[in-house]
Ligand binder design. Structure first.
Ligand SMILES: NC(=O)c1ccc[n+]([C@@H]2O[C@H](COP(=O)([O-])OP(=O)(O)OC[C@H]3O[C@@H](n4cnc5c(N)ncnc54)[C@H](O)[C@@H]3O)[C@@H](O)[C@H]2O)c1
Ligand SMILES: Nc1ncnc2c1ncn2[C@@H]1O[C@H](COP(=O)(O)O)[C@@H](O)[C@H]1O
Ligand SMILES: O=P(O)(O)OP(=O)(O)O
Length: 259
């Protein structure tokens, strides 16, 4: 892949969309992971105003530090980048306390609620400052395994890196000078009370999932190893149960004779 060409293409695409939208710039949540680091760097390169938000929710110290280090690096390199830190832990605790006990103790529901609280915050600050919310999803997460929160980190205005596989996002990040600490840290959604990585949750690495996505799309026939069969099963299962995130919302159309 021609990474310089890809960088220039995405930056031009962002500028073009921004011009057509009539808004002023971009806002992005920064987690300390590679996707938000690359997306924010691409947005910064448009020269338009960019706000980076660090939004800890009972965050692991290490994730918080990585996000802060990336934001500081970007602010030093680009005068059009500014940032806020919005501590959401107490808001999240109030929300938890307002919910029925069985919901508040449902870890998956609460993990996704963290993501939705961040989405709400991005749109609040974005609207006041006339900014587009930039999405950070990549191709294998968004269109392969659907590994994101519906209307959480999936609730965005535009998706600059959604046609790049996760491994390509890493290489683009390296090409654009994203800090080593982020390039070297394992992907994690940081939505849980423990330290689980994406690989722990999914049961396969991103390179394995990318292989499965391509294999599945190309309809190849070959002898598969036991591990390849296992990975393909994981991929197909997630792709199927999360299909609803990859298609348009079903609309109940009213037949003409009933109108
Ligand atoms: N990028 C990341 O690494 C990242 C970011 C956020 C979340 N995550 C992970 O992604 C996962 C998200 O969990 P999830 O997918 O269960 O939550 P989700 O909220 O994204 O999707 C589940 C919801 O979708 C709806 N739904 C389910 N089946 C449907 C169907 N057939 N048709 C229409 N709607 C349907 C229901 O409202 C259900 O509650 C978690 O494991 C979380 O840790 C990863
Ligand atoms: N702590 C965070 N602060 C700001 N934005 C965040 C934070 N954690 C996550 N985000 C945003 O959500 C997406 C997806 O995050 P995952 O870590 O992959 O779940 C991330 O790219 C940020 O934009
Ligand atoms: O979306 P991010 O930036 O949190 O990246 P990752 O999922 O690799 O942690």
């Amino acid at each position: 892949m021609n990474y310089q060409g890809v960088e220039e293409h995405i930056v031009a695409w962002l500028k073009d969309y921004l011009n057509q939208s009539g808004l002023q710039g971009f806002i992005i949540g920064i987690s300390g992971g590679i996707d938000s680091a690359v997306t924010s760097t691409l947005c910064a390169k448009t020269g338009a105003p960019v706000i980076c938000l660090n939004m800890p929710i009972r965050q692991k110290r290490e994730h918080y530090r990585l996000a802060a280090a990336h934001i500081s690096d970007l602010e030093q390199k680009f005068p059009n980048v500014s940032s806020f830190e919005i501590e959401l832990s107490s808001v999240f605790s109030h929300f938890e306390n307002a919910l029925p006990k069985d919901v508040a103790s449902d870890q998956l529901s609460m993990a996704n609620s963290r993501s939705r609280l961040r989405m709400m915050t991005l749109y609040a600050i974005g609207q006041t400052n006339r900014l587009l919310v930039a999405g950070t999803g990549n191709k294998v997460e968004d269109f392969g395994v659907g590994f994101y929160t519906k209307y959480g980190d999936g609730g965005v205005d535009l998706s600059p890196i959604a046609d790049l596989m996760k491994t390509q996002v890493y290489t683009l990040g390296e090409h654009m000078g994203v800090i080593d600490a982020i390039l070297n840290s394992p992907p994690t959604d940081g939505l849980w009370e423990d330290d689980r990585t994406d690989e722990d949750q999914i049961g396969a690495t991103y390179p394995e999932l990318e292989w499965a996505m391509e294999f599945n799309e190309n309809g190849q026939t070959m002898n598969l190893s036991e591990r390849q069969k296992e990975v393909l099963n994981i991929y197909k299962k997630l792709n199927t149960i999360n299909k609803h995130k990859m298609v348009e919302i079903p609309v109940c159309f009213i037949p003409e004779q009933l109108k």
